[in-house]
Structures are given as C-alpha cells and as structure tokens.
Ligand binder design. Sequence first.
Ligand SMILES: [Zn+2]
Length: 284
Amino acid sequence: MSNNLNIATAYDDKIRIYACDTTNIVKHAQDIFNLWPTSCAALGRTLTIALIMSYMEKMDSKITIKIDGDGPLKNITVVAHKGEVKGFCHNPGVYLTNNNGKLLVGQAIGNGTLTVIKDFGLKEPFSSTTELVSGEIAEDFAYYFNQSEQTNTAVALGVLFDKEGKVTNAGGYLIQVMPNCPDSTITKLEELLKNIKPISNLLADGLTSVDIINLLSDNTAKILETLPIKYHCGCSKERFLNGIKSLGNDEINNLIKDNEDLHITCNFCNVTYTFTPEDLKKLL
Ligand SMILES: [Zn+2]
C-alpha cells in the first residue's frame, strides 16, 4: 500500500511538477471500505491530491481536505501529513455512470464546497473554502489554488477500474507556474496539456510518474526528489480510550451502566475496537 511521489523542476526552473502513482494506496482504500467505483474514484482522486499537497508546504503541516456536496456521495474527508494519507467518504456505495460507462464523479458529489485546512502546529490552523467548480476534484483543486493561494496551477487526477469495478491504476500530477515564468513557456505548456491523454490513460499505458513528468516538461525536467507515500491511519485502542476519557466521568458512567461492550469503528481504516465495561471503569 505504498508508492512514490516525484517532484521536478522544468522549463528552466520556471515550472514545478509533482507527479505520483497512487495505485497501491487507492487499491488499499477500496479493499478496506468496499468502495464502489464512483465512490472510489472520488476518494482516490482526493487521496492523491492530498498526498501531493502534503509535500508542497515548506513548513511541516497536516493537511485536511473536506469536500461537501449535495449529491449521493455527500462528503469526503482526507487527512495527509508528509506522504502519509488516510480518508473516507460518507457513502462508499455510489456507482453512477453515463451510457458509455464513464464514471460521473461530479454528479455523485453535486454542488457544494471544498475546504482545505492546514495545521502548522500554531495556535490557529489556516482554513480556506471555495465553491466546487464541477465536483470532478481536479478542476475544483485547480480553482482552489488559483483563488486561495493565487498560484497558476494545473491539476490532473485519475482512477481507472477493470470490468469488475476493481482499481487497476490511480495517480495524478500538479503543475505550478512560478511567478517569473515567461508567457511563451505558459503558452507552450497549455498547448501540451491540450493534447495530452488523460492521466488514467497514461498510467494504463504503463507510464511511471517520472515518464509523465518527462512528457509534461517536453524532456526539460530535473527530478528534485523521490519521496515515499502510503496509506496510514495510526489509530490504536489507547488513542480511542484517551478520546473516551475526554468525554468526562458522567458520559463514561452512562456508557458503563448497561454493562455491555462498547464497539467503536475507526472512520479512517474501518478497524473496530471493543471496550469492555472493565476497560471503561479504569478511565474513571
Ligand atoms: Zn484507524
């Protein structure tokens, strides 16, 4: 359930490119949540952009992404920190396609908002909300970067499935234009992006993230870093016990009074923990 992410500089250091193959990570998410294809495409695209963003900040920060829509998928929550990602969607059972079998992620999400919260460990986390442009995730993030961070950014995210609805490929790239980039380079890049295959097709053709960077940069790229990425929850019974303890004695006594086991399932990894009344009494 791990992969790599590459960061490159291209076109005379005027463009920065982040690219990653997240196939193993999205496959893992599909396995743990039994995700149907449209739900899986939406969550997989969001996990991929979150991983890219987790390596974009100079300062150490935890990135939380919330997508809230009025479609059947309702909402998605993803958290990433330095190449580790976890997330879930409210409705794992959405399989919405058009007549040609194309997954309708935008319709599944509907109208709504995208919120990005960056926690740098300071008093107040940075939070920014933009309207969803299409609900297709990549466009919504390109809009977010242009609006909230005033950077000229292109984003491509994709998840591909076999006939049984199982993930075969997943990945994405993000292109950031530096402020001193000449217009001629931007025009050249725009032309190239117009003619490039969708990211999921490139991955299905067997291209690696480095191949994709070379394609996007017209072979002008220098790979700066190759960094690990993986799905990682990090929850434990102790962490949940600490959470229950913070509810206070009245609430804990309430939980104990029926003398039954308490089951809590982690949203981010679907593992269920069982707490006996004895476990809970120790918290008092
Ligand atoms: Zn967990």
